[in-house]
Design a protein around this ligand. Structure first.
Ligand code: NAD
Ligand code: COI
Length: 330
């Protein structure tokens, strides 16, 4: 089978090579993202494998159909950047990797939380000025004394629940489809925001969830609470979050998934620099941690992303079915 791979990241290369050697399938691996131009390289291949947060547009699917390519498998979880109606019109079927390692993302949310609770950003900045005594004055909070609100108790949310519970925190959860048997109290979103010292987001970035943390929701949060987002940037109204941080109502924020990420990535493709005014503003705040969408980035996760997504593609091409086929809102 001939497979073309887009969006290959440096840590994935060894896993692609190992998989090709093990299975005998032919891989053509490209670091460029899949778009209306690069899709032209796919002519003559049996299927496309990809990883990106930039859009999978109608033009991509139309060209795939014109080349007789019916299958796209993505190496990640989130499907918010896929135009599913356009894929359906073009007869393109898609699979994601729904669970390559929920713990990877949950552990990262915990890492951001602990860092913010112990105010390490403020400590580091003060220490950098040579003020050892001053840097020792940022008193922290203990997770085991706090209430953590998990918004979205799916695979990653439940993995996060387990970790926070293990640290002794009281865990609240909000999810319209409660399914966890873990020790937590399911409550409505408003109550969660009102009671939680840490609000940790794990819902998909589908249109319905756009700005679920808007100015009103941020105002409903407990004063001094911290907000963690390793899910998708569009969940938070960034302008409102900056205002809440500036007023001191929000005690801190850990942002791995940033609202204007896609636009800034597309700009960076042309200029070589990831810049955005609100990103710059947030990066100046000592109680904010910004990370470049790396919550997933562990050895276990990356190996599984490569292997599971390629297995989905082989299955699609060989049988017309894939275990992880997705449609809208999955
Ligand atoms: P999942 O489908 O297992 O769980 C999502 C849960 O959110 C479901 O239980 C669903 O009922 C719930 N939900 C949906 N809308 C909601 C709402 N408005 N309020 C409350 N709950 C709601 O998905 P998952 O594997 O846990 O992944 C969650 C998200 O994490 C993905 O969609 C993706 O965007 C993000 N993610 C980020 C990274 C990263 O590296 N930062 C890596 C993987 C996944
Ligand atoms: C996901 O799996 O949905 C992620 O956010 C990971 C990222 C590399 C796209």
């Amino acid at each position: 089978m001939k497979i073309i791979v887009y969006g290959a990241r440096v840590d994935e290369i060894a896993y692609f090579d190992q998989w090709a050697a093990k299975t005998g399938h032919q891989l053509s691996v490209h670091e460029e993202l899949l778009d209306a131009h690069t899709v032209e390289w796919a002519q003559g291949f049996d299927g496309i494998n990809c990883l990106q947060t930039t859009p999978y547009s109608p033009a991509v699917f139309e060209k795939m159909a014109a080349y007789g390519i019916h299958y796209l498998t993505i190496r990640n979880v989130g499907t918010d950047n896929i135009d599913f109606p356009a894929a359906k019109r073009a007869g393109v079927r898609i699979a994601n990797v729904p669970a390559y390692s929920p713990s990877a993302i949950a552990e990262f949310s915990l890492t951001l939380t602990l860092n913010l609770l112990r105010r390490l950003g403020e400590v580091e900045r003060t220490l950098a000025t040579g003020d050892f005594n001053g840097a020792g004055q940022f008193i922290g909070k203990e997770l085991g004394q706090l209430t953590v609100g998990i918004v979205g108790a799916g695979r990653i949310g439940q993995a996060a629940m387990k970790l926070f519970h293990g640290f002794g925190a009281k865990v609240l959860a909000f999810d319209p489809h409660p399914q966890s048997t873990l020790p937590c109290e399911y409550v409505g979103l408003e109550e969660l925001l009102h009671r939680a010292d840490v609000v940790d987001l794990h819902v998909p970035g589908i249109a319905e969830n756009d700005h679920m943390l808007d100015a009103a929701a941020l105002a409903a949060m407990k004063p001094g609470a911290v907000l963690i987002n390793t899910a998708r940037g569009n969940l938070i109204d960034t302008t409102a979050m900056i205002a809440a941080l500036q007023s001191g109502h929000l005690g801190g924020a850990g942002i791995d998934t940033y609202e204007n990420e896609t636009a800034a990535i597309l700009t960076a493709q042309k200029t070589g620099r990831f810049t955005d005014p609100q990103w710059e503003e947030l990066s100046q705040m000592p109680n904010v941690i910004l990370t470049p969408h790396i919550a997933y980035h562990t050895e276990t996760a990356v190996r599984n992303m490569v292997e599971f997504s390629l297995e989905n593609l082989v299955s699609f091409v060989a049988t017309g079915q894939a275990p992880d086929e997705v449609g809208p809102h999955e």
